[in-house]
Design a protein around this ligand. Structure first.
Ligand SMILES: *[C@@H]1O[C@H](CO)[C@@H](O)[C@H](O)[C@H]1NC(C)=O
Ligand SMILES: *[C@@H]1O[C@H](CO)[C@@H](O)[C@H](O)[C@H]1NC(C)=O
Ligand SMILES: *[C@@H]1O[C@H](CO)[C@@H](O)[C@H](O)[C@H]1NC(C)=O
Ligand SMILES: *[C@@H]1O[C@H](CO)[C@@H](O)[C@H](O)[C@H]1NC(C)=O
Length: 394
């Protein structure tokens, strides 16, 4: 008897004061959001964000099951709250008219300690992809570039976990000028021929981790831009898509380099590229240094291992056709599977700045399951350790 009274008392206290046990909760429904797929809930979400941001304690913004129509939103930092978790059981839906969003959809600026847990984003990009399709270009007004679905800029200590991003108009997720970001268990899905729908783009950021993600999209699965340092990628499945790509780099004369990138235990299925480094054939101060590709499985990948420093679409604005980007210390270890083309390894480096310190260790790539593959080298210096198929040209 004594025990049960105590138990009831404890239960009563914990129910009446949830913030003592966890965060202060803000349910978007109490700010007027309606999850019926057609009511514009933008203002309700912005109001929930303001309330959470202004709270002195750690906060939880809760989005229950349902489909919430949202226009472009900027979620600004400068919050009192030391940590804001956005827990999503529903789907956030973009307007059908692709002109409505501009260049971003859900954009976090200058936030710290923000986590997005669960949920789905449906950006409804297919109408814009159709507009951009070469066959339809003439019959339409110029198509807008489209919006990135989710972006973090100038932000720290960010987690994105268990999110599903569908049919982005442009990039699915962008991490720009951030530190300490974990992207975990995220799935992105867009058509294999959808233009510029990169899965996760990272630039000017350090200590970003991308783990246990599945990326099926029309452009790079992960694209790594200038100023990326200490990036860790592990257990990522890519395809369709253009692979994990460092670059394009070196478009600008003055550009920050890419340093210390690890991509471990990756799988590529029918993708255009596997592990790629790509730079413009233009003068640049950029560099790529300390890259480790550890353990990859390729299934019918067109270019499993590729360095392309001669990127210059239509030969416009590449005065000397030589890249200024200096590539050094790149390890490919334990890369196996099948190439969909005869050339499984291609190092097409800059005539002005040869690739240095390329290492191939235990690489085994076949063409059409059984045929021998070839490798191609131009201006590449390095060495081979262990078994290599195709024969190395280093
Ligand atoms: C939704 O509401 C926001 C602000 O409340 C407004 O700026 C936006 O244009 C609306 N979007 C649509 C698609 O109606
Ligand atoms: C980020 O998290 C680390 C470790 O939890 C903490 O020391 C640091 O102050 C945080 N930075 C910001 C800007 O919140
Ligand atoms: C490289 O980055 C990883 C995180 O991805 C970090 O743990 C490691 O210390 C970095 N190494 C150097 C030499 O900076
Ligand atoms: C671009 O220029 C290079 C070198 O000048 C030449 O080999 C190549 O054929 C040109 N490509 C196109 C598409 O014009």
């Amino acid at each position: 008897m004594k025990f049960s009274i105590l138990y009831i008392l404890v239960l009563f206290v914990s129910l009446s004061n949830p913030s003592s046990a966890s965060d202060t909760t803000f349910n978007v429904l109490s700010f007027g959001a309606i999850g019926n797929g057609v009511t514009n809930s933008t203002q309700a979400f912005l109001d929930a964000w303001s309330a959470a941001c202004g709270s002195a304690s750690s906060t939880l913004i809760y989005v229950p099951k349902g489909r919430y129509l949202l226009g472009s939103m900027i979620l600004n930092g400068g919050c009192k709250s030391p940590g804001i978790t956005i827990m999503i059981d529903g789907t956030l839906v973009a307007p059908v008219d692709y002109h409505a969003l501009g260049s971003y959809w859900l954009s976090f600026l200058g936030v710290s300690g923000v986590s997005i847990i669960g949920g789905a984003l449906d950006a409804k990009g297919s109408a814009l992809w159709a507009c951009k399709a070469p066959a339809s270009m003439e019959s339409h007004n110029p198509c807008p570039d489209g919006a990135t679905s989710l972006s973090f800029t100038n932000s720290n200590n960010i987690t994105i976990k268990g999110l599903m991003s569908l049919n982005s108009q442009l990039y699915h997720i962008v991490i720009n000028s951030c530190q300490n970001v974990a992207v975990e268990g995220v799935t992105t899905i867009a058509a294999g021929d959808s233009p510029n729908t990169d899965g996760i783009h990272v630039q000017l950021s350090s200590y970003v981790q991308i783990t246990n993600c599945i990326i099926k999209t029309g452009d790079d699965c992960i694209s790594i831009g200038p100023g990326t340092e200490n990036l860790w990628i592990e257990h990522v499945i890519c395809g369709p898509g253009h692979g994990i790509s460092i670059g394009s780099l070196g478009k600008d004369l003055k550009e920050r380099g890419v340093k210390n990138v690890t991509a471990k235990q990756t799988i590529f299925v029918g993708s255009q590229n596997g592990l790629r480094i790509k730079s413009w054939a233009r003068p640049s101060s950029g560099f790529v240094q300390g890259i480790r590709f550890l353990g990859a499985i390729m299934k019918d990948v067109q270019n499993p291992i590729l360095i392309d420093q001669n990127y210059c679409p239509h030969n416009i604005s590449c005065p000397e056709q030589a890249s200024g980007v200096r590539i050094s210390d790149v390890l490919y270890q334990g890369i196996r599977g099948t190439s969909a083309t005869p050339v499984a390894i291609k190092f097409d480096c800059s005539v002005k700045n040869p690739c240095m310190g390329i290492r191939l260790q235990n690489v085994d790539l076949a063409y059409l399951q059984t045929e021998m593959t070839q490798s191609f080298c131009a201006n590449a210096v390095g060495k081979v350790l262990g078994l290599i198929r195709p024969n190395s040209c280093l």
